[in-house]
Structure formats: structure tokens, C-alpha cells
Design a protein around this ligand. Structure first.
Ligand SMILES: [Zn+2]
Length: 258
């Protein structure tokens, strides 16, 4: 049985940089009753997690490890605000917004994420869990989100679905068997500098694990490169102009895997 205390203990043993308090994430669409119950349980578990964090020794492998609390409340803004306020009172070093990206429209995710982020302290990281597609990252940053995580770049990579600035490609396709070009000619990652589409196509078709490793490296680089560009755009104060350029390079939202 996984309890809030056990979850902290496991994450301490793993020594991750950021650990998460155990929460209850509900489905979409969820009733108000379900959302309120999950938010209440998440708050009670955050209190138990906080106590566990403060009364036990830090991680042996990573003494710098910090734990974030997770805001729940479904798609109900008042429940989100209330849950956020009570979690903020517990004084965690960072806060996550959970329970989104579970099937609701992108516009609704942004609306809830934005209003919830506004309830969180400006001097603590805000982490939106389980998002997003390349073309959505900027939307979330504009909502006040600092951090995101998603299986998309790695899972798609293992399936041979690679992101490029001209749109995604399926490396297993016959058109790449003799293609000497890199995945993306404008990508600076070591895979694009060194290997051809033909070689990666061969690795995929041969079911060679190196293919999954190289594809994953490229896709992660692609996502991190977008975040780097967003940080630069913020630093130079031209986030709006950057938006149209990003849409062009992320392939007009044609991701095959949600
Ligand atoms: Zn690359």
C-alpha cells in the first residue's frame, strides 16, 4: 500500500531533485463532488507529507532534494483557488498543478492552469504536470507556468516519431531508407550532426535499441531547445513575436500521440 509517508520515503531513496506529495487526480469530466473530495484528500495528504518531510532525515543520495505539493480541484476554479491557498499556507518550496491534461480541451487546460498559477507565490516554481505538445509549451508559459513534464518526446521517439522544425516525421517510412540528410538540418544535437535518416531508419527497422536511444536524444533536445528559446524571448521581451515562429517549427500540432 502506497501511503503519503511511503511515497516520500521511496522518493528519498531514489534521490530525485524534486519529489512530489502524493495526490488524487480525477478523470475528466469529473463532478464537483468528486473534485472537492479529491482536493480535500490531496490537502490532507500534503499535510501528512509535510510532517514526514520535516521529521525524517533528508535523502542520503541527494540532500538538496525538495518536495512540491500538488493543487487539485478539477475544472472548478473556486475549488482550485481554495486548494491552492491551503497548500500555500503549508509553505512548500514549489507547487504543481495536477489533474489537467486528462482529456479536457487545450483552451480549458490553459484557463484552469492560468487562474491556478495566479494563486501561487511568484517566488516559487510552478509546475504543470503531464503536458505538453511542442506547440503548446509557449501557451503554458504565458499562463505563468515555469516547469512541465510529459512522456511525449520519449515515447514518440521510441515509436520512431521524430519532431523537426518542418513538422514531424516517421523514421520507419520507406522514404527515409536512402535519405542521407539528418533528422532536422537546423538541429544542433549530436544525433543530427552525426547520423543520417537512412541509418536511423535502418536501426528502427532492425529493432535495434540504439535507434530508440538516438531518437530519444533528438526529441528531448528539440523540446529543451524550445524552452531555451522561450527563456531567451522572455529575457529580450519579445515573447509575442516568438509565438508565430514557434508554431511554424512545431509542425502545426499534428502529434500522433496525446
Ligand atoms: Zn537533432
Amino acid at each position: 500500500m502506497l501511503t503519503p509517508e511511503k511515497a516520500i520515503e521511496v522518493q528519498r531513496a531514489l534521490g530525485s531533485d524534486i519529489g512530489m506529495a502524493l495526490d488524487e487526480c480525477i478523470e475528466y469530466p469529473g463532478t464537483r463532488e468528486r473534485a472537492a473530495s479529491a482536493a480535500g484528500r490531496t490537502l490532507a495528504w500534503a499535510r501528512r507529507s509535510k510532517k514526514e518531510i520535516e521529521t525524517r532525515a533528508p535523502s542520503d543520495t541527494n540532500p538538496q532534494q525538495v518536495f512540491f505539493a500538488i493543487v487539485q480541484g478539477g475544472t472548478f476554479q473556486d475549488l482550485r483557488r481554495e486548494n491552492a491557498a491551503e497548500l500555500v499556507a503549508l509553505d512548500f518550496p514549489g507547487y504543481a498543478i495536477g489533474g489537467l491534461a486528462v482529456g479536457e480541451p487545450h483552451e480549458l487546460s490553459c484557463e484552469i492552469a492560468g487562474e491556478t498559477a495566479a494563486c501561487l507565490p511568484p517566488d516559487r516554481p510552478r509546475y504543470l504536470m503531464g503536458v505538453g505538445k511542442p506547440e503548446q509549451l509557449l501557451d503554458y508559459v504565458r499562463c505563468g507556468i515555469d516547469m512541465m513534464d510529459c512522456v511525449l518526446p520519449t515515447r514518440n521517439a521510441r515509436n520512431g516519431y521524430l519532431y523537426t522544425r518542418r513538422g514531424p516525421l516517421h523514421i520507419k517510412n520507406a522514404e527515409f531508407i536512402d535519405d542521407p540528410r539528418p533528422i532536422d538540418e537546423t538541429c544542433a544535437c549530436v544525433v543530427c550532426r552525426r547520423y543520417s535518416r537512412a541509418y536511423l531508419c535502418h536501426l528502427f527497422r532492425a529493432n535495434e535499441i540504439l535507434g530508440a536511444i538516438l531518437n530519444t536524444h533528438h526529441n528531448l533536445y528539440f523540446f529543451l531547445d524550445i524552452m531555451k528559446a522561450i527563456r531567451e524571448a522572455i529575457a529580450f521581451g519579445n515573447l509575442s513575436r516568438f509565438s508565430s515562429e514557434l508554431q511554424a517549427r512545431s509542425g502545426s500540432g499534428s502529434s500522433i500521440v496525446e
